[in-house]
Design a protein around this ligand. Structure first.
Ligand code: MG
Length: 398
């Protein structure tokens, strides 16, 4: 039975991971759970999965959590705050830590888990995008595995099983096209938060759903693929595939192309990250190609979605630049979700902040450099937008 710790247990990744654990109680057990601030859901997860340690990130929620499970035995160790989440990440005999925390907040707990010798089921791409230059050497140093749980990277990882070193030539990342794939460019000025949160295919958290609408999610995934699979950026391509049935493809040196297919269900990549290298029988709905009928593909529209090109440029620049891109995006998306900036301001904010960082880019950043770049970029986005009399208009770039 595999022992698992889950960071971000009340979010979209967390609840889907626990669905899997509940379905396969003879395969998986929970050692630790960490959540942001949802006391009620965390308390019910503690009762169901009986972890030995838990943490709630929001410190003011600690008394409520203790109260909610005071009659429950055995009592887990109960912690709070960022330090509590880090303690959960490194605690006990968990073999794999699933990182479902949103954003760069997942970086320090992930590093703690690696240093404690745990394999990482990576559902938090921001960890690798911001922290790649620090995380990858640690993975090597501690001899742990980094198992991708992002659907595209899981697809690539699955296709790569059995491919010899040096066999990979090109990665083709598929993209659904997000909420606005069929909208005219000029209509994007009127986008509301509710519009951006309507993903056509996937059910995911709010931040990543907005990232899918701007196509920044795909840009971030290009950088994630570079770090995970070691290909140069010119060999990582994006193709729009509106049905989201092919989750990505790889081309081998001899031009043979392999793909992984399935319904758009995050449980499948999560299950593979947990069961690798084994395959577990499931009774989930099986793929029906006749029902799907056709699979179509088109070129990404870089005019309409500038975030993809931004991500390629930043990925090539490397160093602390991806951390800046990621942080600027997180902050801009948060402002958009609070209805303080418009949809089209998101790429403008990111480009502005990345431009300003160019002369300060550190080629081999330390963890402190990355954390400083992250903090700086968030402040720059806030500064750039707070000068507006009314934030609800499009900022001008320069
Ligand atoms: Mg993905």
């Amino acid at each position: 039975m595999k022992a698992i710790t889950l960071l971000g247990s009340t979010g979209s990744i967390g609840t889907q991971t626990l669905d899997i654990v509940a379905q396969y109680p003879d395969q998986f057990r929970i050692v630790g759970l960490a959540a942001g601030n949802n006391v009620e859901l965390l308390a019910s997860q503690i009762r169901q999965f009986r972890p030995s340690i838990v943490a709630i990130c929001s410190e003011e929620k600690l008394p409520a959590l203790k109260e909610a499970i005071k009659d429950f035995a055995p009592q887990p160790i109960i912690l709070a705050g960022d330090a509590g989440v880090i303690e959960v990440a490194r605690h006990g005999d968990a073999e794999t830590v699933v990182t479902g925390i949103v954003g760069c907040a997942g970086l320090l707990p992930t590093i703690a888990a690696i240093e404690a010798g745990k394999d990482i089921a990576l559902a938090n791409k921001e960890t690798l995008i911001a922290g790649g230059p620090v995380v990858l050497p640690l993975i090597k140093k501690y001899g742990v595995k980094l198992l991708p749980a992002d659907s595209e990277h899981s697809a690539i990882f699955q296709c790569l099983q059995g491919v010899p070193d040096g066999g990979l030539r090109r990665i083709l990342l598929t993209a659904s096209g997000g909420a606005f794939r069929d909208w005219a460019v000029d209509k994007l000025t009127e986008v509301t938060v509710a519009d951006a949160l309507k993903h056509p295919n996937w059910s995911m958290g709010r931040k990543i759903t907005v990232d899918s609408a701007t196509l920044m999610n795909k840009g971030l995934e290009v950088i994630e693929a570079h770090f995970l699979f070691g290909l140069d950026y010119e060999n990582i391509e994006i193709v729009i595939h509106p049905q989201s049935i092919i989750h990505s493809l790889i081309e081998l040196q001899d031009t043979s192309v392999l793909a992984q297919l399935g319904w758009a269900d995050m449980r499948l990549p999560l299950l593979y990250a947990l069961s690798w290298p084994d395959r577990i029988y499931t009774n989930w709905e099986r793929l029906d190609l006749v029902k799907i009928g056709s699979l179509t593909f088109r070129e990404p529209d870089h005019q309409k979605y500038p975030c993809m090109k931004l991500a390629y440029a930043v990925g090539r620049a490397g160093g602390s630049m991806p951390a800046v891109l990621n942080a600027a995006n997180e902050q801009a998306v948060a402002l958009f979700l609070e209805e303080k900036i418009r949809f089209l301001d998101i790429p403008r904010c990111i480009e502005l902040v990345c431009d300003r960082h160019e002369s300060d880019n550190r080629p081999n950043p330390s963890l402190d450099d990355i954390l400083a770049a992250d903090k700086w970029a968030r402040q720059e986005v806030l500064k750039a937008t707070e000068k507006l009399e009314n934030r609800l208009r499009i900022i001008s770039l320069r």
